[in-house]
Design a protein around this ligand. Structure first.
Ligand SMILES: C[S@@+](CC[C@H](N)C(=O)[O-])C[C@H]1O[C@@H](n2cnc3c(N)ncnc32)[C@H](O)[C@@H]1O
Length: 244
């Protein structure tokens, strides 16, 4: 199957459940899933293992869960490309977000094994997870809180665990300023005010994760878009025990 047809079907299936949560939720899902190449890249690169317990920090209205469910639906319908890996069936997806309205949309739209709660990642109990996802969220909290969240993520991850986080690269010049401008514009249309952002150069993010024992790969995942956001794929070794 051509990838543009697969992409369209994924967007259709992932957005559909948001009709239950209202027009804004539906159109926001279509716009974000259609405009952000990261979601497609996550599946194409087969980054999330099957049956993983996934913790999605700053989950917004739960688009990651909707996207993974849509992939499984297409797979069950026999509409999955033969040369792609089987899309992961999540063991559970627990989403945490600061905004009550987003959490309500996620809860209204998406079934188990997804569950969503309002909370602040700076204080929430992370429990145990195999995969932690933090997409475009860390820069909302100050550097001390960023370090603390990453340390607690490390502690929550099982051996062999995976952290997927997308961060802005503050050393990326014009592309970085463009990414910030997009952040502010999206916040405006969602009716929220953007707090001060705390961004770091890419090498600092990588160093912070390596200091916690992660092996880190970077991937742009922006398609042709000129943004400074970088995906960090941070893995623990299978033998890595709990953080000290
Ligand atoms: C740019 S959106 C990204 C949403 C989602 N991760 C995605 O990729 O579609 C950032 C989200 O982080 C949430 N957020 C910001 N600070 C947070 C915090 N301290 N704890 C939990 N969520 C937070 C916001 O409410 C918002 O939904």
């Amino acid at each position: 199957m051509p990838t543009d047809i697969l992409r369209k079907q994924l967007i259709d299936h992932a957005s559909e459940p948001y009709r239950r949560a209202g027009r804004f939720a539906y159109h926001f899902a279509r716009g974000k899933l259609g405009g952000d190449p990261m979601f497609f890249a996550l599946l194409q690169r087969n980054l999330i293992p099957d049956q993983a317990r996934i913790l999605d920090l700053g989950c917004g209205q739960g688009l990651l869960a909707a996207w993974l469910f849509a992939a499984r639906t297409l797979f069950a319908m026999g509409k999955w490309p033969r040369n792609w890996s089987t899309p992961p069936q999540p063991g559970e997806i627990r989403g945490i977000d600061l905004l009550a309205a987003d959490v309500r949309r996620a809860q209204t739209a998406l079934p188990a094994p997804a569950r969503f709660e309002q909370g602040d990642m700076r204080y929430a109990d992370f429990g145990q997870a195999d995969v932690v996802v933090i997409m475009d969220v860390l820069h909302y909290v100050d550097p001390a809180a960023q370090d603390d969240v990453l340390r607690r993520v490390r502690a929550a991850l099982a051996p062999g665990g995976l952290l997927l986080t997308r961060v802005g690269d503050a050393s990326a010049g014009l592309a970085f300023r463009l990414s910030n401008w997009v952040d502010r514009t999206v916040a405006f249309f969602r009716g929220t005010r953007l707090p001060p952002l705390h961004c770091r150069p890419l090498h600092e993010w990588v160093a912070a994760l390596e200091a916690l024992g992660f092996a880190v790969e970077t991937a742009s995942m922006n398609g042709d878009l000129p943004f400074a956001n970088v995906m960090l794929v941070a893995r623990l070794g299978a033998a890595d025990g709990p953080a000290i």
